[in-house]
Design a protein around this ligand. Structure first.
Ligand code: PNS
Length: 161
């Protein structure tokens, strides 16, 4: 049976931490959907289409990846698409409570759906999209935070905010 999972997130914008998790998931599972979703607690800086395009460029070498964007509930989308697990990266302990709450909510909405956490690479423990945006806004160097192929595009876009 084909193993199909989803890596969901805001990806606003994609970071090297996201790419690390997506790449590792693509080695573990047959098919990985990268879902660009709405986080009700955040107002995105990039449109859904921009975030999807940046992800498409940054994952070009991975052939079992599909990038989608939608506004609905993750748990129901997973059921519709035959996804068996959500794959997420876990950074510091501070992520845990929020991630645990989401995992339990998704399980309640779709009892067939598992959530798998991959421990993030030590290099990316501190990394987040909002940190990238803050550093860029203040003229800092973001080259060690985002994929090289989309670095200029992200920077240019953030300067125009
Ligand atoms: O990268 P983020 O912002 O931490 O990702 C959070 C995200 C987008 C995965 C989460 O907000 C989500 O699943 N949104 C989709 C709507 C949904 O299903 N909400 C209930 C999840 S508990």
């Amino acid at each position: 049976m084909e193993t199909k999972v989803i890596c969901p997130g805001s990806f606003d914008p994609v970071t090297l931490g996201h790419i690390d998790i997506i790449t590792r998931a693509s080695k573990m599972f047959d098919h990985v959907i990268v879902g660009v979703l709405k986080n009700a607690a955040k107002t995105p800086s990039f449109t859904t289409e921009e975030r999807m395009e940046l992800l498409a460029q940054a994952t070009k070498g991975l052939d079992n990846i599909e990038i989608v964007g939608f506004d609905g509930l993750l748990a129901y989308y997973a059921r519709e698409k035959g996804v068996t697990a959500i794959v997420k990266g876990l950074r510091a302990v501070s992520d845990f409570e929020y991630e645990f709450q989401q995992a339990l909510t998704n399980k309640k909405l779709n009892p067939e759906l598992e959530t798998v956490f991959l421990t993030c690479k030590a290099d990316f423990m501190y990394l987040s999209s909002s940190m990238v945006k803050q550093v860029a806004a203040l003229g800092g160097d973001i080259s060690s935070f985002v994929p090289e192929c989309v670095h200029d595009e992200i920077l240019k876009r953030l300067k125009n905010l």
